[in-house]
Design a binder for this molecule. Structure first.
Ligand code: ADP
Ligand code: MG
Length: 684
């Protein structure tokens, strides 16, 4: 963001500007919204005799002694005396200037946490200031700002005070709206937070529920909503093929399915089908827990596109998943006389060249693939619908790139994104406000819930014995190898070791190994053998995390489960419980558990509903981590908290539309204030 570095910023050297940039401060106006983390109460003096250990206090007195002591280590030891008693202050690092400031007989004010020392009250590294008898106390709480190395609080305070005095603080919320919402004016809220009056207790401010805080948080949420809504409306304004179709292919597939669609599938399908018939690009997220049946909904959408004379593409994040989708689609669609192309990085060049030519001519209408789909040679001139499965696995650019494969110039294809990572409602309302959302909140019938067991690594042999019995009784199982995030090589070695150990322990079982480094042909052969029931046990890395669907597999062991994230555990566990047999997921964990690892295992043990798990995940990790916001380019919220401020979010959503419609310049000003140059990062 160097392009936004301060130019002509009075009183700021280039070096300081560089450090301020680390705090995302590029302009005096950014300082206004750099709000205190907490406050220190320097409005009062505490008599030394009344200073309580464990609390911060400000004392004032005369330096009675100042010496450098060498034991237990070199330090500056200063005794300060007031009318009530004496306090010892210590500095382990100090400069000659400090020694001078603290010379015997000087009058000083110290602020710091009081400790009980050997000789009574002590402070270590207090803040110190020379005062004269007529120096009054500040009237307001002292703000403490988030900072970085080399930027002193006093510097920040000076710059911020200057900004408050020199920058415009206009209120972009129309007065009537502001009053209806019961929020204070922007300028008042901002001044209060930077310089709270003496009668506002620090605790009320630090809870961030004071009306001034609510005003700021509301504004932040509003700016976010405005930018997302604007992006949404801009894309809605583009032209897309209206693909109503005759309904013939869709009906033929629905009639041929061995099952009836669930109510949730029918509802989602109706929403998608209606969108596809409109001449504006759909931008819809189909969200449904693992196993809720998103693939068939995507297939129906693709058929509607084909029926209307357009092409449809489905992109999946892994080769295994893409191939599985391809097989499924091909099996469903071959009876309808439709061919599905299959593109992956590892397909032989010649096979690819032939398919690419038929896609480019528009003769082939359907294609499934991995990232290979968005590579250069692929051309889909009649692309009417792009489907992205497990959308969170792709970056913004990749999702955009698929849509741009359509060659029809001014025409944008419709976009359907699918995600099995359920997004809690508040998060969906904020970070996904630029998408329409359909939810599959119902699992197909006949699924038996997965029983989850937490088993200590010490009981591994029992688990293996159980695995043997289950497999010999005709069941199939997955063994998920430990996650080693730091190194793919170590991960591979661990998988091979586990595989060898299990082969030795279970000679009577047929066991396969699946990991990311296998050749594509070997991967798909192993997957096919497992799906056909030729293997009892599939030892695998997390390559099976997404989408793998083998209904007969009803037992899963996850080794070192404490290392996995919650979403990942939920996804992995979702590989079983897909058939009618009672399924079990055994989470093997190694002692000692970290607090975070323990918390995750508890959540996954107690919850089977993906939404509940996502909510807990959001609570444990916070929204930034949760949506992978940094990679996805979403603007992060600095002050508002999605759960605590859900009411503000709701209000911001409504006000955003009102402002965009009736006060577009206020909407633009709000966005500039909060998002500055970052708006361009918005997701496709
Ligand atoms: P996900 O939402 O996790 O992608 P899938 O689309 O892979 O789920 O579907 C999971 C399994 O459920 C598949 O075997 C699929 O054929 C099956 N399925 C989908 N819809 C239904 C339904 N309405 N009734 C029964 N089985 C269904
Ligand atoms: Mg899926």
């Amino acid at each position: 963001m160097a392009h936004r570095a301060a130019s002509g910023w009075p009183g700021v050297t280039a070096a300081l500007a560089g450090r301020l940039a680390k705090l995302d401060l590029y302009h005096p106006r950014d300082l206004l919204l750099h709000l205190p983390l907490r406050y220190e109460d320097e409005t009062r003096l505490t008599p030394i005799a009344a200073a309580q250990p464990g609390f911060a206090a400000q004392v004032e007195g005369e330096v009675a002694a100042c010496e450098v002591s060498l034991r237990p280590r070199r330090q500056l030891v200063v005794r300060v005396r007031d009318a009530s008693g004496t306090l010892v202050a210590r500095w382990l690092h100090f400069y000659p200037a400090q020694q001078k400031l603290l010379a015997s007989g000087r009058r000083v004010r110290l602020f710091g946490e009081v400790r009980a020392g050997f000789f009574g009250a002590e402070m270590v590294h207090p803040r110190v200031r020379a005062v004269s008898a007529e120096d009054g106390l500040p009237e307001a709480l002292t703000p403490v700002y988030p900072t970085t190395a080399g930027v002193a609080q006093t510097t920040l305070r000076r710059l911020i005070d200057h900004a408050l005095a020199s920058q415009p603080l206009e209120d972009h919320l129309p007065d009537d709206l502001r009053r209806t919402l019961g929020l204070p004016a922007f300028a008042d809220a901002l001044r209060l937070l930077h310089h709270p009056p003496p009668d506002v207790p620090a605790s009320v401010l630090e809870d961030r529920q004071h009306p001034a805080w609510r005003r700021i948080k509301f504004e932040e949420l509003l700016a976010q909503q405005i930018s997302l809504r604007r992006a949404y409306l801009a894309r809605r304004a583009k032209t897309a093929p209206a693909m109503a179709g005759s309904g013939r292919l869709v009906r033929a597939l629905v009639d041929a399915l061995p099952f009836a669609l669930t109510g949730a599938q029918r509802r989602a399908w109706a929403e998608i089908s209606a969108d596809l018939a409109l001449p504006h690009p759909m931008q819809r997220l189909l969200m449904g827990d693992v196993g809720s049946g998103k693939t068939i909904v995507a297939a129906l959408a693709m058929l509607q596109a084909v029926d209307a004379g357009w092409q449809a593409a489905l992109m999946a994040p892994t080769e295994i998943l893409a191939e599985q989708h391809w097989q499924k689609l091909a099996a469903w669609l071959a009876p309808l006389g439709l061919e599905v192309a299959w593109l992956s990085g590892s397909r032989a060049k010649r096979a690819r060249a032939a398919e690419l030519a038929r896609l480019a001519s528009g003769e082939l209408r359907l294609v499934v693939g991995t990232h290979a789909l968005i590579e250069d040679p692929v051309m889909l001139p009649r692309l009417g619908l792009a489907v992205v499965d497990e959308q969170h696995r792709f970056g913004v650019r990749q999702r955009l790139a698929l849509r741009e494969k359509g060659g029809a110039g001014a025409i944008s294809p419709h976009l359907l994104m699918m995600s099995a990572t359920p997004i809690p409602r508040t998060l969906a309302m904020s970070h996904y406000a630029d998408l329409d959302v359909s939810v599959l909140d119902e699992l197909p019938p006949g699924r038996s819930p997965v029983r989850t067991k937490l088993v200590s690594e010490a009981r591994r042999d029992e688990v293996i014995a159980r695995l043997r019995a289950a497999c010999l009784a005709g069941r199939q199982a997955y063994w998920v190898c430990p996650l080693i995030e730091e190194s793919e090589t170590l991960q591979l070695q661990a998988a091979q070791k586990t595989y060898a150990a299990l082969c030795e322990a279970l000679p009577e079982l047929r066991i396969g190994l699946l990991h990311g480094r296998l050749k594509a042909a070997d991967k798909s052969a192993t997957m096919a053998a497992f799906a056909a029931g030729e293997l009892h046990l599939l030892v695998a890395t997390t390559v099976i995390e997404v989408g793998v669907d083998v209904p007969n597999a009803s037992l899963m062991v996850i080794e070192h489960a404490e290392r996995f994230g919650l979403a990942q555990l939920h996804q992995l566990r979702g590989r079983v419980g897909r058939g009618s047999a009672e399924s079990v997921c055994i989470l093997l964990y190694a002692q000692p558990l970290s607090p975070a690892g323990r918390a995750r295992l508890k959540v996954i043990y107690e919850h089977s509903d993906g939404f509940a798990i996502a909510r807990e995940d959001l609570r444990i990790r916070g929204p930034g981590e949760f949506v992978g916001a940094r990679q996805s380019g979403l603007p992060l919220l600095r002050y508002a908290d999605l759960e605590a401020d859900a009411d503000l979010l709701e209000a911001a959503r409504q006000v955003a539309d009102t402002l965009l419609r009736d006060h577009p310049s206020a909407a633009a000003a709000l966005m500039a204030r909060w998002l500055g140059g970052r708006e361009g990062l918005l997701r496709a």
